[in-house]
Design a protein around this ligand. Sequence first.
Ligand SMILES: Cc1cc2nc3c(=O)[nH]c(=O)nc-3n(C[C@H](O)[C@H](O)[C@H](O)COP(=O)(O)OP(=O)(O)OC[C@H]3O[C@@H](n4cnc5c(N)ncnc54)[C@H](O)[C@@H]3O)c2cc1C
Length: 407
Amino acid sequence: MSGTRVLVAGASIAGPALAHWLRRRGAEVTVVERAPELRPGGQAVDARGVTKEVIRRMGLDAAVRAACTQTIGAHTVDADGNVLETFRVDDDGGDGFIAEIEILRGDLSQVLYDDTRDGVEYIFGDRIAELTQDADGVDVGFAGGDRRRFDLVIGADGLHSALRTMVFGPHEQFVRHLGHVLAFYSVPNEFGLDRWLIEYQESGRSAGLRPIQDATRAMAMFSFPAADLDVDYRDVAAQKHLLRERIGGLGWLTPGILAHLDDTPDFYLDQVAQVVMDRWSSGRVGLLGDAAFSSSPMSGQGTGLALVGAYLLAGELAAAGWDPAAGFAAYEGRMRSFVEANQEIAQLNARSRDVPGPDTEPGPDFTGEWFAELVERAINGVELPDYAGVPDAGAPAGTPIASSARP
Ligand SMILES: Cc1cc2nc3c(=O)[nH]c(=O)nc-3n(C[C@H](O)[C@H](O)[C@H](O)COP(=O)(O)OP(=O)(O)OC[C@H]3O[C@@H](n4cnc5c(N)ncnc54)[C@H](O)[C@@H]3O)c2cc1C
């Protein structure tokens, strides 16, 4: 069946990436985003291993590389700025701590949106208010008043997914907190930052600065421990207040960075949390990206999972002739262990930041062979079928899908 109508909720990373692949496989795609426009902001996100192959198959390699941060490495420093450790971009073949492809989340979102905006219907400033499914389709009522019918609905609406709550149950059932909060916002580069990321850690809290393409600015990053804290993820003023309170007194360049909290054009703060679900679909409704399987920023792979998942979800649905049960099952079958490896890495990273106490387990030993194997699974542990025989309307010229990337 061609012309399958798919509604996607969320236009950040997973949503537009899925729109790209659904359109190429012959579906008619509508994306609804709650924000009035594409949301800027966020830290750099990385593309490693198999994710780079998905970007290549999307024909977006050049566009993504052109928008990269061009970071050449990272230093951890003491309170006086003396270097403690150094990581370079070419460590681990470009797939290390600082990946060869690092792009600001907002810039990647823009690249994906620009790529799809002509063949996809985007609706900003609206959201799904209600939804009823029957054997043949899904009736959707939008908050703005429209009512429409779709064949499939996919939630790519992030960690706090409203669609997940609507169809699968309350947030608390699926969200696993890792005990930390992260915040990012851009500041003027009055700190002499030059293509090196710098991070300072003190008693479980950290402050950092990351270079971005615009050398006159830098991305500030903070983390602090917070077990199960309930942050209102839409109340930016309260989040800034919380950050000031929890980061106050931290050494290094922290006061100078905090001084820009009120004049920054972008701000992101959220709990480090994962989403763990038994299944990522129910009837004609499926989930993708953070909504289904957030691995948290501590994995460094949330974007990779969203991009790889988008490729597989569209491919499997189309390969199954748009049969939701078969398509969603095949997508889950391919993705699950890849997701689990990334969630395990994030849990280990979060544990290594915990402040040691009398009852704390010893931190993980990252030098063991088991860890290298886990990282390999987290970066490359998923097969990308080439879906030969499945319609591919918009394959970019010169980049045929020639082979399957295998673990
Ligand atoms: C502004 C912002 C900044 C971020 N910064 C970082 C960062 O610095 N580091 C990091 O590792 N990760 C960050 N993330 C998360 C990161 O983008 C994801 O981990 C990953 O890329 C997977 O993306 P996603 O598209 O599944 O989810 P998300 O990127 O969370 O996107 C979800 C999208 O859905 C929209 N949305 C929410 N509710 C609804 C609704 N009811 N209806 C319609 N749309 C809805 C949101 O506005 C958002 O655009 C950020 C996300 C956002 C939105």
